[in-house]
Design a protein around this ligand. Structure first.
Ligand code: SF4
Length: 322
């Protein structure tokens, strides 16, 4: 576990009921986000990344159920807060950046007005809020920020819209920023720029970041700590250098092999994939959840679930090979 965490997730399990089936979306998740640190969560679609974020924000669908565990943010259990208290946490202390910036930007209100509106909790003069809006836009690299206050989201490029969305989330100086695949819809050059902005903003604000992505190269660039998820479980987690240079779990190894940045660098231009499918979360197999796709599986893997084992300081893996 990491020292001085702003957020601690302990033994979190979440289920969904759908068509008389129980989907076991998250199982026994343990995760810490250190103060001022950046934790990257990686895994294929369907691995549980979105359910994890929605659990933190307490925005899970009505057909969901927290089966076990707790999420503690700044020494308060998020599950024990009233809805009113939780609304104050969302946006004020925990902010989110989405993959599509238009999710958080209103298309019919100018960006300047939106940047002022987001400060509704602060009882300062409108002039002060406007100046903060200009500063926030300048900080994320929007040229001529004052003049662009009256522009609408559609008058900006995709990359600029994502920068504005970042400015919106950072203006209230959150303690924790959750970035949900914020660069997935952008081209490689813009992706690099946005990651640089995020790094710079974090340096200035000292907020913690939970960065969710399926792009390992980006995670390596931005994060201090990496969590690899598969089919609703954490299969490996550790400090970024340790995990990338000493990756242990067969799934995490495959995920690294499939990273687009590695493929571009290698002479082999074929796009590797991980053969097989994710297990049915409504009918989980016994034993290791990766056993049907694992090139190293042996008898025990079919019958016994692996326990988490610490392989070096802060680096743990759930696999019978260790
Ligand atoms: Fe593969 Fe067995 Fe390890 Fe699971 S426990 S990842 S099946 S070797």
């Amino acid at each position: 576990m990491l020292s001085d965490p702003v957020l601690q997730i302990r033994n979190l399990s979440v289920e969904f009921s759908a068509r008389k089936r129980t989907i076991r979306a998250l199982r026994n998740i343990d995760l810490d986000i250190p103060r001022g640190g950046t934790v990257g969560v990686v895994g294929e679609s369907g691995c549980g990344k979105s359910t994890l974020i929605l659990s933190i924000m307490r925005l899970l669908a009505p057909n969901s159920k927290i089966v076990s565990g707790d999420i503690v943010f700044e020494d308060r259990s998020l599950f024990e807060l009233t809805e009113r208290e939780m609304q104050s946490v969302r946006g004020n202390e925990i902010s989110m950046i989405f993959q599509d910036p238009l999710t958080s930007l209103n298309p019919v209100i100018s960006v300047g007005q939106q940047l002022i509106d987001v400060q509704y909790r602060d009882s300062v003069a409108k002039k002060v809020k406007q100046q903060r809006a200009i500063d926030a836009l300048s900080q994320v690299g929007i040229p001529d920020a004052e003049a662009r206050l009256s522009s609408f989201p559609h008058q900006f490029s995709g990359g600029m819209r994502q920068r504005i969305a970042i400015a919106m989330t950072m203006i209230e100086e959150p303690i924790l920023l959750i970035a949900d695949e914020p660069t997935t819809a952008l081209d490689a050059t813009l992706e690099v720029q946005i990651i640089r902005e995020l790094k710079e903003l974090q340096k200035q604000s000292r907020c913690s970041i939970l960065f969710v992505s399926h792009h390992l190269g980006v995670v390596a660039d931005l994060c201090d700590y990496v969590v690899v998820m598969y089919a609703g479980e954490i299969v490996e987690q550790g400090p970024v250098r340790d995990l990338f240079y000493n990756v242990r779990h067969p799934y995490a190894q495959k995920l690294l092999e499939c990273d687009p940045a590695r493929i571009v660098r290698s002479a082999e231009k074929k796009f590797p994939t991980i053969p097989g499918d994710l297990p049915d979360l409504g009918n989980l197999p016994g034993g290791c959840i990766f056993s049907n796709r694992c090139h190293s599986a042996f008898d025990k893997c079919e019958t016994h679930s692996p326990r988490r084992t610490e392989v070096s300081t802060g680096h743990s893996v759930s696999c019978h090979l260790y």
